[in-house]
Design a protein around this ligand. Structure first.
Ligand code: PHE
Length: 329
């Protein structure tokens, strides 16, 4: 292989291996150039100089060509790798399915936000209650007919699934001293024939305010504040006389609103309310205070706000139904 052939072979060496083989064949210990350099010793000084210079020039040229080819091969390898690893950042990424809060959770959070902003504490209580907290201390004596409206599920040891969140009035007052403001969200139970508007379990929000001169006007104001926070300024509220053993006077309250589906303006009956009965204060050992309480069903509020007409849809756990209520409350 003459010098030009060697240069051509180097320039077209297909890979690092082939290039290394060429380096050994030309410049290695037994390589062609090395052999020729060794042969210089046999030449006379004059020839040694000219041939020697030429050999060294060729050697440098070959070394440079090998380095150049090596660099070219490395660049090509890097480019091939980059091409293979190329990521198209403009492609849409994989979609992470977004979870969300259940409609009832959203509505509950919304309500708690409203009451927290009004300075209320938030408390929760047991779903498995005893007769004392669910009825007795709330002024339902053992044979009181008002118990009939709140039939529930009893355990064999005489406890029950709470029929309302009102027992937390008793528990909370016993734990604290007045004045106090608290709301209690939670699951409640009734022995109901289940249909589109009745479930054996549902949720309520209870509010209780106790202090030295708390009046019915404060009750009215609290309900109006809640309605305003939910529906906007100017929202009207209505109280109509009603009976609950643990309040006196007792009332049902409603808010005037535009039904989001029918567009009709109407009273939305929400729940019960009243001034805390003296017997309840007696049961918790409070003196010289007055207070009000109100409570209402969260399902009903959630249903009328979204147009859900069958309460059972809220409990079936069907994602196709539930995902329609992302961020509605
Ligand atoms: N606990 C009552 C019910 O479930 C509602 C209510 C709460 C009434 C507070 C008056 C005061 O029907």
């Amino acid at each position: 292989m003459d010098h030009d052939e060697a240069l051509t072979a180097i320039a077209s060496a297909p890979d690092a291996r082939a290039l290394q083989d060429l380096r050994v064949r030309l410049l290695g210990k037994k390589g062609a150039i090395t052999e020729q350099l060794r042969g210089l010793a046999a030449l006379d000084p004059e020839a040694r100089r000219t041939v020697g210079r030429e050999l060294h020039e060729r050697k440098s040229a070959l070394e440079a060509a090998i380095e150049a080819r090596k660099g070219a091969l490395e660049r090509a390898a890097l480019e091939a790798r980059l091409a293979a690893e190329r990521v198209d950042l403009t492609l849409p990424g994989p979609r992470v399915p977004a979870g969300g809060h259940h409609l009832l959770t959203q509505v509950t959070h919304r309500l708690l936000d409203v009451f927290r902003s009004l300075g209320y504490d938030v408390a929760v209580g047991p779903e498995l209650e005893d007769d004392h907290h669910n009825f007795e201390a709330l002024n339902f004596p053992p044979e009181h007919p008002a118990r009939d409206a709140q039939d529930t599920f009893w355990t064999t040891d005489g406890r029950l699934l709470r029929t309302h969140t009102s027992p937390m009035q008793v528990r909370y007052m016993r734990e604290r001293t007045p004045p106090l403001k608290v709301v209690v969200p939670g699951r409640v139970f009734r022995n109901e024939a289940v249909d589109a508007t009745h479930e054996a379990q549902f949720h309520q929000l209870e509010a209780l305010v106790v202090g030295e001169r708390v009046t019915m006007a404060d009750l009215r104001g609290a309900i109006t504040e809640m309605a305003t926070a939910l529906l906007g300024t100017g929202t009207r509220t209505r109280l109509q006389p009603s009976y609950f053993p643990f309040v006196e006077p007792g009332a049902e309250f409603a808010i005037w609103w535009t039904h989001p589906k029918t567009g009709r303006e109407e009273w939305l009956e929400l729940g019960g309310c009243g001034m805390v009965h003296p017997n309840v204060f007696r049961a918790v050992g409070y003196e010289n205070v007055t207070g009000f309480a109100f409570g209402f069903g969260i399902e009903r509020l959630a249903m009328v706000r979204t147009g859900v007409t069958d309460i059972r849809d809220l409990y079936r756990g069907d994602v196709r139904v539930l995902e329609q209520f992302r961020g509605v409350a």
